[in-house]
Design a protein around this ligand. Structure first.
Ligand SMILES: Cc1cc2nc3c(=O)[nH]c(=O)nc-3n(C[C@H](O)[C@H](O)[C@H](O)COP(=O)(O)O)c2cc1C
Length: 268
C-alpha cells in the first residue's frame, strides 16, 4: 500500500530533476554562446592576419595579439553590384554566409556565371584592407566554391597592383584527408605566390598544371595535385568566380592603379 502511494511522488521528483537539469543545460548553452562566437571570430581573424602578411610564417600568436594585429586592417563591406563600399551592413556584425539564406541580402547566380557551383551569393562581401593611410598595400578577399564533397572557404590576398597574389589560404572544407585537403599544404599555397590573377585582357586566368606541362603561362599557373583534381579545380574556380565580373571584379577595377599610381580607396 505504502509502495503504491510513494510511486507517484518518486515520479514527480524524477520529473522535477529532469526539468531542472534541462533548464540548467539550455541556460548554460545560451550563456556560453557569445563566448563561443567570440572564439570563432578570433579563429577566423587569425587566418586573415596570417594571409594578409601581418604574421610571419610559423609565428604563433596569442588571442590578444591576433586582436591587436587585426586592428591594423580596415574591414569594409562592398556592394558587389557596383563594386563600391557600402554602409548597408555593419562589417563588424555582418555574416556573409547567413546572408545567402536571406532573399533580401542575396541574389541568384546565373548558371552561365556560376563556375563555383554556388547557386546564390550575398549582395555584400567583406574585404580587409591594409593601407598606409592613402594607398592600398594589400587587400584580402573571401572566396568560396564547391569542391568534390563540400564547400571550400578561403582568403586571397592581392598586392597593391590588385592582380599579384601575395598569399592564399583555404581554411575550411570537407574534402578527403590526405587527398583533397592538400589544398591547405604549404607547398600548394606557395605555388600561388607571385602569380597574376588577371590576363592582359583583365580576365581571371589562373589554371592548374604540372610545372613541366605545356599549358597556362607560368605567371598564371599553379601546381596541379595528382589525384585531387576535383578539389583543386573547385578551389581555383572559387577564386576565378569571386575575382571575376560577378564577384569582386568591378571593385578591384576601381582600385587598380593606373600606370605608376598607387591604388586608392574608392568613395562610397
Ligand atoms: C574515397 C575517395 C576519396 C576521394 N577524395 C577526393 C578529394 O577529396 N578530392 C579530389 O579531388 N579527389 C578525390 N578523390 C579522387 C577523385 O575521385 C578523382 O579521381 C580525382 O579527383 C581525379 O584527379 P586526377 O585527375 O588528378 O587523378 C577521391 C577518391 C576516392 C576513391
Amino acid at each position: 500500500m505504502r509502495a503504491a502511494e510513494s510511486t507517484p511522488q518518486t515520479l514527480l521528483v524524477a520529473l522535477g530533476v529532469v526539468l531542472f537539469c534541462s533548464v540548467m543545460v539550455s541556460t548554460t548553452v545560451e550563456l556560453l554562446r557569445p563566448v563561443q562566437l567570440a572564439y570563432k571570430q578570433i579563429d577566423r581573424n587569425r587566418v586573415v592576419v596570417k594571409v594578409t602578411g601581418l604574421a610571419s610564417a610559423g609565428e604563433e600568436l596569442s588571442d590578444r595579439e591576433i586582436v591587436d594585429r587585426f586592428r591594423e586592417l580596415e574591414v569594409r563591406a562592398v556592394d558587389l553590384a557596383d563594386g563600391r563600399f557600402t554602409d548597408a551592413v555593419d562589417p563588424l556584425t555582418y555574416d556573409q554566409r547567413a546572408a545567402v539564406e536571406n532573399p533580401e541580402l542575396s541574389v541568384a547566380i546565373e548558371s552561365t556565371q556560376d563556375i563555383a557551383g554556388l547557386g546564390r551569393r550575398a549582395r555584400y562581401a567583406l574585404v580587409y584592407v591594409l593601407s598606409d593611410g592613402q594607398s592600398v598595400r594589400r587587400i584580402t578577399l573571401p572566396v568560396h566554391g564547391r569542391g568534390m564533397w563540400s564547400t571550400i572557404y578561403g582568403y586571397v590576398t592581392l598586392d597593391g597592383d590588385m592582380t599579384t597574389v601575395a598569399d592564399i589560404m583555404f581554411f575550411e572544407h570537407g574534402e578527403t584527408p590526405g587527398i583533397g585537403d592538400q589544398i591547405e599544404s604549404p607547398a600548394w599555397r606557395a605555388s600561388w605566390l607571385g602569380k597574376l590573377i588577371y590576363d592582359d585582357n583583365g580576365k581571371p586566368a589562373i589554371a592548374a598544371a604540372p610545372a613541366s606541362a605545356a599549358g597556362p603561362a607560368e605567371r598564371h599557373r599553379v601546381d596541379a595535385i595528382a589525384g585531387a583534381t576535383l578539389t583543386v579545380n573547385g578551389a581555383i574556380n572559387a577564386v576565378l568566380y569571386w575575382l571575376g565580373e560577378d564577384g569582386f571584379g568591378p571593385f578591384l577595377k576601381q582600385l587598380r592603379p593606373t600606370h605608376a599610381q598607387a591604388a586608392h580607396l574608392p568613395r562610397e
